[in-house]
Design a protein around this ligand. Structure first.
Ligand code: AKG
Length: 277
């Protein structure tokens, strides 16, 4: 790795330059290694010194997680393929109306627990319930939701509210019901061919707050090492709207992680445009 690559890997997109540390903060190897004279010959001591330098050279810092919770437009990355943009409207639907919508959708949508196919080919029940509305069927991870055109009136109302607020119109929607904190959604991108290039997705949430996490996809030379890439957390609150645009699905993955403390139910609706395949 050359000096330039090392610098960009350590600094990441949002990191601030490290504080200049005083000499006493710098960790230095002891002038005389403590094992000298303890049955280890000088040749081995030289080897150890070399290893020490390699460790400090190869140390990489994980960038701090950026948290987005205020209303606004956020370009979370800029790449030759375009900007990855999030737009957050935390109070898109006022809490009292959002309460009613949660109850209606919880009781009246045709929720089902589907089976995903894992990479090893095994089938497992998704840790959440889902339902799909759209003129076309929608397939991902071995699951196919058949087309369903009998839109629930509450969904149509929300779709109109999104169009009024953002100017965006959609022809389909995938809904997720997280029954409690144990329900989750694994890392993925909404990049199926049927969604077209650089899809715009509008995500509306009701019920308990869950953290929507994003992580930047590593470039090929980083060989799938997500640990050192930028991470963004967006707490999605009752009645919030999050719009993902531009290169977000090309350059980032997202998930809803399992929680290790109590959470009550949450419904998430992701409005999309789907094209015939
Ligand atoms: O529940 C959420 O907020 C995320 C939903 C999602 O990522 C998806 O349906 O693809």
């Amino acid at each position: 790795m050359n000096a330039k690559q090392r610098k960009s890997r350590v600094q990441g997109g949002w990191s601030v330059p490290n504080k200049v540390r005083s000499d006493k903060d710098k960790i230095k190897p002891p002038a005389v290694p403590c094992w000298v004279g303890k049955n280890i010959d000088q040749h081995k001591v030289e080897e150890k010194k070399f290893i020490y330098e390699e460790v400090s050279e190869g140390f990489h810092q994980k960038p701090a997680v950026k948290v987005i919770s205020k209303p606004g437009v956020y370009d979370i990355s800029t790449e030759p393929g375009g900007n990855s943009r999030l737009r957050l409207f935390p109070l898109f639907i006022e809490p009292k109306v959002a309460d009613e919508i949660y109850e209606t959708l919880f009781h009246e949508l045709p929720w089902r627990q589907q089976s995903d196919i894992r990479r090893d080919g095994e089938k497992y029940l998704q840790p959440r319930l889902t339902t799909w509305y759209g003129d076309q069927p929608y397939s991902y991870s071995g699951v196919t939701h058949p087309a369903r055109t009998d839109w629930h009136p509450t969904l149509l109302r929300i779709k109109e509210l999104i169009a009024d607020c953002t100017g965006l119109s959609f022809n389909s929607m995938l809904a997720n019901l997280y029954r409690d904190g144990h329900d989750s959604l694994a890392w993925h991108s909404d990049d199926e061919k049927s969604l077209g290039p650089q899809p715009t997705i509008a995500s509306v949430s009701f019920g308990d707050t869950r953290t929507f996490q994003l992580r930047k996809k590593p470039p090929p030379e980083k060989a799938g090492d997500y640990e050192l890439m930028q991470h963004v957390d967006v707490p999605l609150t009752h009645g919030s709207l999050l719009v993902m645009e531009g290169a977000t699905q090309d350059d980032w993955q997202h998930r809803i992680p399992r929680e290790y403390h109590d959470r009550s139910g949450r419904i998430n609706l992701t409005f999309r445009v789907i094209f015939p395949e």
